[in-house]
Write a protein that binds this ligand. Structure first.
Ligand code: GLY
Length: 578
């Protein structure tokens, strides 16, 4: 049993996809009533597909495609919709990374990652003894990096959009104003975070509830609607200047944050050349730094290339060993060599050189584990688990694979008074002190130290895969430090194990990130039998059960040209095609 989806379940999903279309054409209320029942984890479409963490966001992306918008328009609409209906990670107060492929085959990436404010400095999270002050980089206004999402979406639309900007921002405004029916998972997350919401917000935000949140409650966000209206009417300036900028700076002053008007006004996103590599004849297109994810993914696929994974068997003992050792080595390199390449000379070519890759794997053996203490960086882990990924493709083949984040769940937990959105806690993705673990247990060095205007390293790994010059599939996930290994395993599921997209994203996962030196596996992962765990322990591996890893989304292009969307079964994630 290699996946969570039996053929029977897939048939049921397909049936629900068709039923879902009926609801889709009806009013929002009927649709929302059925959110909990909808299992649109596998969807097909000819004209377009959107896969995201929330049914309302996927629905808005599809609506924009149906109105004649292209995949770039649908991306902007989906991103803003996620800020409304998936506030745990969807955002306008955070940032993201995306990879795109235009219908003419031209490829590129957009880096709309947050950056350190100009007043940030290397030791800002250390006490007088030089020790990390717990939580200072994780909660509250000092944890906030200058947000990049609105500038990123505006730049993407300016460059590639087809529909009018106002038209693609409007659905998110309507959703914020009319209200959203809270799902069970959302209600649970709101309840878990009530104390933090109250601690970091003296004003009443839409997320604070005197009673417990429950499934079916309506979340109405007038302040967020007001902010989105400013963005609709004034584009990038509607957020980085004027009233909203003033509200952000006011919040900073109240809560001892350091973001200024100049930080906001000076924020610009960057179109970067993608990182390209070959894996089993396919071209892997992904993010360069400040994503560590893209580079690590490329390294790991190169290390795996000489092995016949299918022959080893899906999540067999040897397969788990091999992936663990590859992950261990790549994450050790991350800790030493990776940071914002605009500030630190990341040795990309050396890290990906075939000779270097061969050398790294020389110490690997199926006989026993290589302890992480014996693996220094080649003579070169992190994540709030609450990022989110979505994929969009249109009829012409324009495709976008986007990962967007506040970092931790609800970021810094600070909601800008009067503006209704959460600010990120992305400063924790810097290395506050060499070798001190961050929220995700990742360590870093000088390469990822804090400096004014520098971007913090990211694990986000949006990917597009091509074969013979044609687009083959898109994939990505949240999950902090586990993002890169989840993307790696999903790519292997599609390429080596030939799974359909729904099976590929739903399959059980495991993770190793160099330090801590342990294989983490999902407690529901039945491949980790008692016998297998004992065998691995005998060989020197440490194993740890854990909560679900990632929420992967993907779209595959079928041989007949149709799109196959796969949404992760671990959340409310929804694939819609038409
Ligand atoms: N904040 C998660 C990441 O960018 O890695």
């Amino acid at each position: 049993m290699i996946t969570n989806l039996s053929p029977q379940k897939i048939k049921i999903s397909l049936l629900v996809v068709f039923l879902f279309f009926d609801f889709f054409c009806c009013d929002v209320f009927i649709f929302a009533q059925n959110i909990e029942k909808n299992t649109t984890k596998l969807a097909y479409g000819k004209k377009g597909m959107v896969v995201s963490a929330h049914p309302e966001a996927s629905k808005i992306g599809i609506k924009i495609l149906q109105l004649g918008g292209n995949a770039f328009d649908a991306t902007v609409a989906t991103e803003f919709a996620l800020a409304v209906c998936f506030p745990i990670a969807g955002n306008i107060g955070g940032g993201g990374l995306l990879v795109f492929r235009q219908k003419n085959g031209e490829i590129g990436t957009l880096d709309y990652r947050e950056k350190a404010p100009a007043l940030a400095h290397k030791n800002m999270y250390l006490d007088e003894k030089g020790e990390i002050i717990k939580d200072k980089s994780q909660d509250g206004a000092l944890a906030v990096g200058v947000p990049g999402t609105v500038a990123g979406m505006y730049a993407l639309h300016q460059q590639f959009g087809k529909l009018e900007w106002k038209k693609i921002v409007q659905p998110a405004i309507d959703l914020a104003k009319n209200g959203l029916i809270v799902t069970e998972k959302e209600a649970n997350k709101f309840n878990e975070n009530q104390d933090a919401f109250k601690k970091f917000n003296i004003h009443i935000s839409a997320f604070i509830n005197d009673k417990k949140w429950k499934k079916g409650d309506i979340l109405i966000q007038p302040a967020l609607a007001f902010t989105l209206e400013k963005i609709r009417d004034n584009g990038k300036k509607g957020f980085y200047e004027g009233e909203i900028a003033a509200l952000i700076v006011e919040e900073m002053k109240k809560q001892k944050g350091i973001i200024t008007f100049d930080d906001l006004k000076n924020y610009t996103p960057t179109f970067r050349r993608p990182l390209l590599s070959k894996y089993r004849g396919k071209t892997i297109i992904t993010m360069p730094p400040p994503s560590a994810g893209g580079l690590l993914l490329t390294q790991m696929l190169q290390m795996l290339q000489p092995f016949d994974l299918k022959n080893l068997g899906f999540q067999s003992e040897k397969y788990i060993q091999l992936l663990t050792e590859v992950e261990r080595r790549a994450y050790a390199d991350r800790a030493k060599y990776l940071g914002d390449s605009d500030f630190f000379p990341v040795p990309i070519d050396q890290l990906l050189h075939p000779k270097y890759i061969r050398e790294r794997m020389k110490s690997f053996s199926f006989e026993k584990a290589t302890p992480s203490k014996d693996i220094q960086e080649g003579k070169l882990l992190p994540i709030s688990e609450e990022t989110t990924h979505y994929c969009v493709i249109d009829e012409d083949g324009n495709a976008i694979s986007a990962t967007t984040t506040l970092n931790g769940a609800y970021g810094s937990k600070v909601v800008v008074t009067g503006a209704g959105f959460f600010l990120n806690n992305e400063m924790d993705d810097f290395s506050g002190k060499p070798n001190a673990p961050n929220l995700y247990g990742l360590i870093g060095s000088e390469a990822n130290s804090i400096a004014p205007n520098k971007k913090m390293l990211s694990s986000m790994t949006p990917v597009i895969v091509e074969e013979k010059g044609k687009i083959s599939f898109l994939v990505g996930t949240p999950g902090g430090s586990t993002i890169t290994t989840s993307v790696l395993q999903t790519i292997i599921n599609v390429i080596d194990f030939e799974m359909n997209m729904a099976d590929a994203v739903a399959s059980p996962r495991f993770h190793h990130q160099y330090l801590p030196d342990e294989i983490q596996y999902e407690e529901t992962n039945l491949n980790f039998t008692e016998k297998l765990v004992k065998n691995l322990e005998k060989k020197g591996y440490f194993l740890k059960k854990r909560i679900p890893i990632g929420r992967v989304q993907g779209i595959k292009i079928m041989p007949d040209g149709r799109y196959e969307g796969g949404a992760d079964t671990r959340g409310d994630d929804t694939a819609i095609g038409f």
